[in-house]
Write a protein that binds this ligand. Structure first.
Ligand code: ATP
Length: 229
């Protein structure tokens, strides 16, 4: 804002610099504190004000989730209801055919324009298998990779070539993630949470309590729909 000689107040007309948005894809079968707690900590560490949860479609030839796409979406929505950091985007579930992450990210990049900083959040286990993803080497020309720590997974990549690729793109500076639109990898020192969706589904089958593993509203939904029995 600036004040003219006559004392009138004028609002600057410069467009605001686009802020860093991060998308967080997953099967979320179901969503749990192992997703929410590290990502909330990551948001604080790098100054993220918006995280978009994106439940994914599971290709028919892969093992199908225990909950339907619609149920996984509902659980994600319930998990973050009233939490201003998170929104949920169902674009991958709207598609008739499963899409590769790179295709979704390219569509997001096209929507946001060349200069908007864009992040994609993954856990350490996903980083270790990233080289099996479709067109994985194109990911950094579209987004940054923001990696949450996950206990029980090695910290280095499988081969020296992959590790070199990681080292070449690594940044320790959150500023880089805001100032550059894509191309950096940030390994976030987030709290280690041992929870997995597999464990939750197993505990449900065994009739065991899960109250400290996922939000109460999600547990209620799982009970109501008799999921993972
Ligand atoms: P499952 O046990 O069914 O394989 P999951 O618990 O690993 O599921 P996903 O929905 O497959 O959950 O994971 C989505 C993303 O969240 C992935 O990038 C994964 O690495 C990350 N993630 C899941 N659980 C954790 C956790 N406890 N800590 C850090 N990252 C996690």
């Amino acid at each position: 804002m600036r004040q003219s000689l006559t004392g009138d107040i004028h609002l600057n007309t410069f467009p605001a610099a686009p802020s860093l948005t991060a998308f967080f894809g997953g099967t979320f079968d179901p969503i749990h504190y192992g997703h929410l707690q590290p990502v909330t900590a990551l948001a604080k560490l790098v100054g993220l004000t918006q995280v978009v949860l994106m439940p994914n479609n599971v290709p028919p030839h892969r093992q199908q989730p225990g909950a339907s796409a619609r149920q996984r979406l509902h659980m994600a929505e319930l998990a973050v209801a009233g939490n201003a950091l998170f929104t949920v985007d169902d674009r991958e579930l709207q598609r008739q055919t499963p899409s590769y992450t790179i295709e979704t990210l390219e569509a997001l990049r096209a929507e946001k324009g060349h200069d908007a900083p864009l992040g994609f959040i993954i856990g350490q286990d996903s980083l270790l298998t990233l080289h099996h993803w479709q067109r994985w080497q194109d990911l950094l020309s579209v987004c940054h990779l923001l990696v949450c720590a996950r206990p029980g997974y090695r910290s280095t990549l499988e081969t020296p070539e992959l590790q070199r690729w990681l080292d070449n793109h690594l940044t320790h500076s959150p500023d880089d993630l805001h100032q550059q639109p894509h191309g950096r990898i940030f390994l976030a020192d987030t709290p280690l949470v041992t929870i997995s969706a597999t464990e939750i589904r197993q505990r449900r089958r065994q009739g065991l309590d899960c109250h400290d593993l996922l939000p109460p509203a999600v547990i209620h939904y799982i009970d109501e729909h008799d999921l993972y029995r």
